[in-house]
Design a protein around this ligand. Structure first.
Ligand SMILES: [Zn+2]
Length: 320
């Protein structure tokens, strides 16, 4: 399978595939690009490629790939405190201490920093110490919307992967694939106003669409909390076909993303998003956005709806 589930960015994908084939992946990457440009998708693909046990990496099907894509791999660690504005030095130091404990089951230990630009200089200096001479199994993936906020000493140790905006034709094609029921004009306008980001384009296209029944049920269940109602929404979805499941998950993703931006002050277009924003914590919403993003990645990788819905239930409903 390789990196093709990341749209566009052909030169970058070729470069990574060549490095992977030669066994020359770097131990530290800086993934830069605007919101929705595919940084998270690429980070997940790279992490899967590093843990994959099959010749064609990432294969999406071996146990290691599946765990990475499900967000359940014990050796793929996200370093973030989503409900805090910045990432504390302590968190970086904890990650650096953890680095010296050998991987649980994977070939590598991969640390993903989804908001590397939120590391203050102290945090960056702490990080610098561990990316300078990590153990052979240590890998760092730093994601940033603004690579200039990182110290030159950090940047000089990273291989930078700059994600480019997608051309309109590529975006439109991807939108049509994902939202076959939407009308052409809505998709075209979403593609044009997205700044070349598929994530943005999907959100824009969904903002005007009417809610699917499963989305309305999900919104109510998720805002109310409690696992019973959520399970009643997800269980029947296990029987959907992939092309039926995709628009539902995209709407959930757009809804939870809108709830998250509502908490940051942007008024939501839908009352369902406002209700979710009031009921759930920022940490819950970050984790839900991530879980839905992964569910969509699994769908692209041909994983069955039953597995995806099961994994989603676990991730949307953390034991607390
Ligand atoms: Zn694999």
């Amino acid at each position: 399978m390789g990196f093709e589930t990341l749209l566009g960015n052909e030169a970058l994908k070729q470069r990574l595939s060549a490095a992977l084939a030669k066994g020359q992946l770097s131990h530290c990457y800086l993934l830069s690009g605007s919101e929705g440009s595919g940084k998270h998708t690429l980070a997940r693909l790279l992490a899967a490629a590093m843990q994959c046990t099959q010749p064609q990496k990432p294969c999406f099907h071996c146990a290691q790939c599946r765990k990475v894509l499900d967000g359940m791999h014990p050796d793929v660690i996200t370093v973030d405190e989503p409900d805090k504005k910045s990432i504390s030095v302590k968190q970086v130091r904890d990650a650096c201490a953890d680095l010296y404990i050998r991987p649980n089951e994977g070939a590598k230990k991969v640390y993903i920093f989804p908001r590397a630009q939120e590391l203050n200089p102290q945090g960056q200096n702490a990080l610098l110490k561990c990316i300078e001479e990590p153990p052979a199994y240590g890998v760092f993936l730093l994601l940033s919307q603004n690579a200039d906020r990182l110290l030159p000493t950090i940047r000089s140790r990273c291989v930078e992967l700059r994600l480019s905006p997608l051309p309109e034709a590529v975006l439109l094609e991807a939108l049509k694939n994902r939202l076959p029921q939407a009308d052409g004009q809505t998709l075209l306008s979403a593609a044009r106003n997205s700044g070349g980001c598929l994530g943005q384009a999907l959100t824009l296209a969904q903002e005007n669409a009417s809610l699917l029944p499963q989305t309305a049920d999900f919104a109510a269940a998720y805002a109310a909390g409690g696992s019973g109602a959520l399970l009643r929404v997800l269980v029947p979805m296990e029987k959907l076909k992939r092309e039926q499941l995709r628009p539902v998950l995209l709407q959930w993703y757009a809804l939870v993303s809108a709830a998250l931006t509502a908490q940051n002050g942007r008024p939501p277009l839908r009352r369902e998003a406002a209700a979710i924003a009031d009921a759930r914590s920022a940490a819950d919403l970050f984790s839900a956005v991530d879980a839905l993003r992964q569910a969509l990645a699994l769908l692209e990788a041909n994983v069955g709806p039953a597995h995806i819905c099961g994994a989603l239930f676990v991730r949307l409903n953390p034991l607390s």
